[in-house]
Design a protein around this ligand. Structure first.
Ligand code: DX5
Ligand code: ZN
Length: 217
């Protein structure tokens, strides 16, 4: 099981320190949420943040693009030091092309699906993916409540992945805390994205992350 802390909940005045702390605490990658105010009703950050973080950590930087036209921004994010991209199924009429572009840039390609999107949309594209991201909240904001209705879908995605491409990672994102982390892993997830439960508590990042690991109380 891998942990991908989301910097959306970090203290931006101390971003480099927070990422370094997450690395010391055993994070497997850093999850960076990019929002454009169109695809989701919120704004967040862009490629300059990736460029600033690149010298601070050796961890892979994973870019979750919640934007209307991801193809327009891929090069900029690659030049800034990104390692992988999660693009959404929703609203992308040329998804196969987007995934091929990411692969042609030599980066890992992941597909994110929203809570209302069924697992079955993955069938044709799964052979081209390195990661599937099941959104466990509606994208756009940190600190939302986990949607328990997504657990059945996580199991269905696990079955599909095991049949079609067992090496593909199954990641979950939104409302992940010590309780929901356990449920997601039981349902078949092997990468957990967590923002507020890592950076938004009174605990240290080390302690907060240890609570998300299997067997933690
Ligand atoms: C939500 C983002 C998430 C967010 C998760 O749209 O994709 O990555 O940072 O935040 P928490 O862990 O607070 O739900
Ligand atoms: Zn995310």
């Amino acid at each position: 099981m891998k942990l991908a802390p989301s910097i959306l909940a970090a203290d931006f005045a101390r971003l480099g320190d927070q990422v370094a702390e997450a690395e010391r605490a055993g994070a497997d990658r850093i999850h960076i949420d990019v929002m454009d105010g169109h695809f989701v009703p919120n704004l967040s950050m862009g490629a300059p943040i990736v460029a600033s973080l690149r010298p601070v950590t050796r961890l892979p930087l994973e870019i979750h693009l919640m934007i209307s036209n991801p193809d327009l921004f891929l090069h900029e994010f690659v030049d800034s030091g990104s390692d992988s991209f999660l693009v959404h199924w929703e609203g992308n009429a040329n998804l196969h092309r987007t995934i091929q572009r990411i692969r042609a840039l030599g980066k890992r390609a992941g597909l994110a699906i929203n809570p209302a999107t069924p697992a079955s949309v993955l069938e044709e594209i799964l052979p081209d993916l390195d990661q599937v991201l099941v959104m466990t909240v509606d994208p756009g904001f940190g600190h939302q409540h986990f949607l328990y209705s997504t657990l059945g879908k996580i199991s269905r995605v696990r079955q599909l992945i095991d049949c079609v491409k067992p090496e593909c990672e199954l990641e979950v994102d939104g409302g992940i805390d010590s309780e929901t982390a356990k449920l997601c892993v039981e349902a078949g997830a092997n990468v957990l994205v967590a923002g507020s439960s890592v950076f938004g508590t009174a605990k240290s990042v080390v302690e907060a992350m240890s609570r998300l690991r299997p067997g933690a109380k």
